[in-house]
Design a protein around this ligand. Structure first.
Ligand code: UD1
Length: 422
């Protein structure tokens, strides 16, 4: 029940180092299970979700050590094949151990996921694909129980380019006998990052980042070292904060090539965006203009940007229309923005945002990782001090969030103060 108090009015300025990508690091940590031995992952963000994944791996018997510059996972001996409810409930991305466990041990018991409160998030595509590779999967007492006596390669066409399903199937296929082909695969940069780590472990994998991924099964994998790509969602969050506050930010480490359509939208609203040697600079000289956008699988604008863009557009000059195509029910946090005076009407998967001159501070709640970051952006543009409850949702996904905000000139205070991150 931690709260963040944000004083509105500051124009963010300065430079901020973008951390490693949460959504990549989590899957790479899970992929370490595939090889007996010690893998080293660098640039893993020190955030609650990655600590939770560390706990999942430790529960399976792997050694996890957080070191300067990375996390080492020693998967020499696994002593369990179960991801318990207590951990999966905290983070549904724990489902990412399903594929690697099956590949490595022929067995997995993973509690049925709960997780972010953003609409229904079924995992049928993960399960259908694994069954095509020869796994037997049943639901028993709240667990998915999967077994396979040696997975075999299969052609799999996904009904939808699900990120999690693509990743689980890639990790299951790397040691399956034969050549697997995943069609209509997700193309997010995190998929290519996972493929790069798997290739470093000795996997035969081609086409990651395109809609067709080919995986030639190999006998065994070796542990490897890898550096996680930069977090495009974090980079976009700071870019949107720069726009909302009419600020001027340098985002060190950001990858503009992973943010093309998103940055185009900011440009439509009047942001000046330049590449730098090591990232990009976003400057908003005057009040931003409205911009319509739709969320789509990559290379479309990520659904994770939807709350962040809505917060930003709440004070834009004009009316914007947002369409959410990835997760149903991802507008539940909009009531919190309305409490701050935002003029937003939602209907089905559309939202109409009429920009107001200024928001007004109010007690609000962080409902999930991105909605929490959106509240902070809204608070920066509000009159007065906004109190954001449940701020630990933001800790799940953003490294050093308050320290970075403070470093860019925002006035923020946390209650109770943050002391306990490992
Ligand atoms: C990942 C990201 C999340 C991001 C999302 C979409 C992680 C830890 N999380 O989530 O931040 O918002 O990608 O970019 O990487 N679906 C099915 N059946 C399935 C799987 C998914 O119907 O078997 C549906 C989901 O309900 C959802 C859509 O497909 O509507 C997208 O889900 P998916 O791409 O799988 O997202 P995640 O991997 O869960």
């Amino acid at each position: 029940m931690d709260r963040l108090f944000v004083t509105g009015g500051a124009r963010l300025a300065g430079s901020v180092r973008i951390s490693g990508a949460k959504n990549s690091a989590l899957k790479l940590m899970a992929a370490s299970l595939l090889a007996p031995g010690r893998s080293m992952l660098r640039n893993v963000p020190r955030i609650q979700d990655c600590f939770t994944m560390g706990e999942v791996l430790e529960h399976l018997g792997a050694g996890v050590s957080w070191e300067d510059g990375g996390v080492a996972v020693d998967a020499t001996h696994l002593s369990s094949v179960e991801a318990p409810y207590e951990l999966v409930r905290r983070m549904r991305a724990s489902i990412a151990v399903l594929g690697p466990l099956l590949a490595r041990t022929g067995e997995a018991r993973v509690a049925m996921p709960g997780g972010d409160n953003i609409g229904s998030r079924p995992i049928d595509l993960h399960l259908d694909g694994l069954r095509r590779m020869g796994a037997r999967i049943d639901a028993e007492h709240g667990f998915l129980v999967a077994t396979a006596e040696g997975l075999t390669a299969a052609p799999i066409t996904l009904d939808y380019p699900s990120v999690g399903a693509t990743e689980n199937l890639m990790m299951a296929a790397v040691t399956a006998e034969g050549v697997s082909v995943i069609d209509n695969a997700a193309r997010e940069p995190e998929i290519a990052d996972l493929a790069a780590f798997l290739a470093a472990m000795g996997a035969g994998i081609h086409g990651a980042g395109s809609a067709t991924i080919e995986i030639e099964g190999v006998g065994t994998l070796e542990p490897a070292e890898h550096t996680v790509i930069c977090d495009r969602i974090e980079a976009g969050t700071w870019a949107a904060a720069a726009v909302a506050t009419r600020g001027d930010l340098v985002l060190d480490g950001a990858r503009p090539d992973h943010l093309e359509l998103f940055l185009e939208k900011l440009g439509e609203g009047g942001a000046e965006i330049r590449r730098t040697d090591d990232g990009l600079r976003v400057r908003q000289p005057e009040r931003a203009g409205a911009a319509d956008f739709v969320t789509l699988p990559y290379p479309g604008i990520a659904t994770d940007f939807q709350p962040i863009l809505l917060a930003m557009l709440s004070t834009a000059n004009g009316t914007s229309i947002a369409t959410e195509n990835v997760f149903e029910g991802r507008f539940t946090y909009v009531d919190e923005l309305r409490r701050m005076g935002a003029d937003i009407r939602t209907e089905g998967h559309h939202a109409v945002i009429r920009g107001v001159e200024r928001l007004s501070a109010a007690p609000v709640r962080a409902m999930d990782i991105r909605a929490g970051a959106a509240m902070a952006i809204a608070a920066l543009t509000a009159d007065g001090v906004t109190e954001i409850a449940d701020i630990e949702h933001v800790d799940r996904g953003y490294e050093d969030f308050e320290a970075k905000l403070t470093g860019l000139g925002a006035e923020v205070r946390r209650d109770p103060e943050l002391v306990h991150l490992p």
